[in-house]
Design a protein around this ligand. Structure first.
Ligand code: NAP
Length: 259
């Protein structure tokens, strides 16, 4: 799998949602270190500014963008500001996500399922549609949706996890999270198919089991390690795949997951 330098298309512009901490921050950092401008989507201004300061201290052109993916007005304002400031968007990483409750499916309140979908599914659709006109102006647009092996119907049904996090026969049944990521996978394939005749590649990433606030820091990988596969998909060459699902498994290119 070949990767292109983000600089090959001039001065590239990337947007990462939920970039104030965790994997999103690490992805923004890696993309920023490749050059160009990275917009850090953050729903909280102070948390966004603190992340922006940290990246600027490393010489990265980091811009903080107020962006709550569940809020139509916030997304519209963010897309409007982008359209004012840049002529195109080269990379969109739909990273913002929430976990949902760790209870049995039969004990999961519908409100919790809905809340997970608001961020993990509808948020992605809202942001993608808002910035797609700018992505279409890129000679090599890339969309990366941050998914999870827990969203794979095939691996869930077989209770097998090719990333090696869960032993054979073990597959957590988290109704809100798993089904929201399954829907996100369907969203990924659907956009990839619409955009197949354009310069935009759309893929889903499973970052690995990463120690972040999302899982109470139970993950085994650092956020920087978790950024590896999403960054690989964000920097695919023009011959790269679209409509695929790739996971961190410790091998150089990661492993392709079944949907
Ligand atoms: P995290 O540390 O909890 O970070 C989540 C980020 O999303 C935060 O910046 C958070 O902002 C932001 N966010 C949440 N709701 C938002 C909203 N409505 N609008 C804008 N931003 C919002 O979690 P993480 O582990 O880095 O997760 C990042 C992504 O990776 C998620 O999509 C997650 O499902 C996926 N993932 C993680 C793992 C893992 O092992 N950690 C594994 C597979 C997939 P605030 O700081 O304001 O809350």
């Amino acid at each position: 799998m070949s990767a292109k330098s983000l600089n090959s298309a001039g001065s590239p512009v990337a947007l990462v949602t939920g970039a104030n901490k965790g994997i999103g921050f690490a992805v923004a950092r890696e993309l920023g270190l490749l050059g160009g401008t990275v917009y850090l989507g953050a729903r909280d201004a102070a948390r966004g500014e603190s992340a922006g300061r940290a990246l600027r201290a490393e010489g990265i052109d980091a811009q903080v963008l107020a962006l709550d993916v569940t809020d139509d007005a916030s997304v519209a304002r963010a897309a409007g500001r982008l359209a004012d400031e840049v002529e195109r968007l080269d990379v969109l990483v739909n990273n913002a996500g929430v976990a949902g409750p760790e209870v049995l499916p039969s004990e999961t309140p519908v409100a919790e399922v809905r809340a997970a979908y608001e961020t993990n599914v509808f948020g992605v659709v809202r942001v993608t549609n808002a910035v797609l006109p700018l992505l279409r102006r890129s000679p090599a647009g890339r969309i990366v949706n941050m998914s999870s092996v827990l969203g794979s119907l095939a691996h869930g049904a077989a209770k097998d996890d090719p990333t090696g996090v869960f032993p054979p026969g073990v597959f957590p049944a988290l109704l809100a999270y798993n089904t929201s990521k399954a829907a996100l996978n369907a969203v990924t394939v659907t956009y990839a198919n619409e955009l197949r005749d354009t310069a935009i590649l759309v893929n889903a990433a499973e970052p690995g089991f990463v120690a972040t606030d999302l899982n109470g820091h139970r993950g085994r990988l650092t956020a920087r390690q978790g950024a590896r596969i999403p960054v690989l998909l964000a920097t695919l060459g023009d011959d790269g795949p679209t409509g695929t699902f790739r996971a961190e498994d410790g091998t150089p290119d990661g492993v392709e997951l079944a949907w």
